[in-house]
Design a protein around this ligand. Structure first.
Ligand SMILES: O=C(O)CCC(=O)C(=O)O
Ligand SMILES: [Fe+2]
Length: 204
């Protein structure tokens, strides 16, 4: 295992197979109410390769006109995001070390060639609370490095693994180089779901 930047915690196999199946069921119900959509980059309007939706009070969205932001409604349906499943609140309580509950869960779906470039999560008003990431389905090659540049390292995130960007690691740069097809049978048509639980506002 490569050395992770300070404050980045990797918890392999945090969810066993049955917890993964239960969580997948919850996320399918979220997607049924709040369909995955194709987010677009600010200014250029270039489509991202991942598809996204959210649950919780707020959701992270992006489009050409207004860029990266959080909002309480789905950008396509205009409906409020579905409630955050209790299972996610429990995982936050168990692993985050943060007293206030998460307000947003961004759901990313990666199929085939989808990837995510190196970035920092910095659209939250609260840049102190941790970001907790849960992986389901096919394994990802995840890349992470310190906030202020310097060397990145990559390692594999499998179904049921958790990563926490907290403390000094909250602003770590990170991204997904690629998905390794056929590495999990959890999603029947393959691909990977990533859920990130986030505190958006400062107050509790
Ligand atoms: O898919 C992942 O593991 C990372 C997702 C991510 O960094 C994000 O949604 O900001
Ligand atoms: Fe991120």
């Amino acid at each position: 295992m490569t050395t992770l930047p300070d404050g980045v915690r990797y918890i392999p196999e945090a969810l066993d197979k049955s917890a993964q199946t239960d969580l997948l069921k919850e996320i399918r119900a979220v997607v049924a109410k709040a369909p995955l959509y194709t987010p677009r980059m600010p200014r250029t309007g270039k489509a991202m390769s991942v598809r996204m939706t959210n649950c919780g009070l707020l959701g992270w969205v992006t489009d050409k006109e207004h860029g990266y932001r959080y909002q309480p409604t789905h950008p396509v349906t205009g409906e409020p995001w579905p409630a955050m499943p209790d299972m996610l609140l429990d995982l936050w309580r168990t692993h985050s070390d943060w007293p206030d509950p998460p307000e947003a869960c961004l759901v990313n779906f990666y199929d085939g060639p989808a990837r995510m470039g190196l970035h920092q999560d910095k659209d939250e008003e609260n840049l102190v609370a941790p970001v907790l990431s849960i992986s389901l389905g096919d394994t990802a090659v995840f890349r992470v490095g310190p906030a202020d540049g310097g060397r990145t390292c990559s390692f594999r995130l499998a179904s049921g693994d958790i990563v926490i960007l907290g403390g000094e690691g909250r602003m770590a740069r990170h991204g997904v180089d690629r998905i390794l097809p056929g590495t999990s049978s959890l999603l029947k048509d393959g691909g990977r779901l990533n859920l990130t639980l986030r505190r958006v506002t400062k107050a509790g």
